[in-house]
Design a binder for this molecule. Structure first.
Ligand code: NI
Length: 227
């Protein structure tokens, strides 16, 4: 399932982030690509080892940790440090699949990528092209969201970024290992959780059916989650 997560960052936070990013040190995107991806990746990234990238990355992770829809959809266990990238002058990233396992540099931690995410930092009218195209069993999905919104999709899918022919597209990409590995299980849990939350608004958290559905939700998590 492809899920859009709105309003991860506010306008003010985006403005501040752009100010910081403009002063950052940018390098070729090849440096973090696998062998196949390197052939098709033409963009720039903020030096992931810089203090700035780490601080801005932590800020994004903090925002996500407070976002109920993200937590419900992703059920995150481990998140790889966010990577900041930008596309301009026909920058593009052809069809590829993200690496299944990523090693966090300087640590022994490995992250299996179950879900990939792009958090858009530029408004859609600031650049031409730059759509994220995600391929799944239902076809191709074209994604271009407002600044501050994020798209979450299975890392198992092929995806690409079309050439940015005008302007500049800045975004954050991240990969995460979910407590629930199986996409279909995670999707069902997300739908169940959303229904429970809607029912709770309509009735109350102490409505007997809400309590029973919550029990079902928690017991499915107990069965499917690694933690
Ligand atoms: Ni990718």
């Amino acid at each position: 399932m492809i899920i859009s997560v709105p309003a991860v960052m506010t306008r003010h936070e985006l403005d501040q982030m752009h100010d910081h990013l403009n002063q950052g040190s940018w390098q070729s995107g090849d440096l973090t690509a696998g062998e196949q991806a390197k052939q098709v990746k033409h963009n720039e990234q903020l030096d992931p080892n810089s203090k700035l990238a780490q601080q801005l990355g932590d800020f994004v992770l903090d925002k996500l940790a407070q976002h109920p829809l993200f937590l419900s959809a992703a059920l995150p266990l481990k998140i790889y440090p966010p990577l900041f990238n930008r596309y301009q002058d026909n920058g593009t990233y052809g069809f590829h699949v993200d690496n299944a396992v990523r090693f966090i540099s300087g640590s022994a931690t490995r992250v299996r990528s179950d879900l990939s995410a792009t958090l858009f930092l530029s408004e859609p009218d600031e650049y031409e092209g730059g759509e994220l195209i995600i391929q799944d069993q239902f076809g191709e999905h074209k994604v271009k969201l407002a600044a501050g919104d994020m798209i979450l999709y299975p890392s198992s899918s092929l995806h690409k970024v079309t050439p940015v022919t005008q302007g500049q597209r800045t975004s954050v990409v991240l990969w995460l290992q979910s407590m629930v590995k199986e996409n279909s299980h995670r999707d069902m849990l997300f739908n169940l959780d959303q229904s429970i939350q809607n029912l709770t608004k309509e009735h109350n958290a102490d409505h007997p059916e809400v309590i029973k559905l919550s029990q079902l939700y928690q017991n499915l998590i107990r069965q499917w989650a690694d933690c």
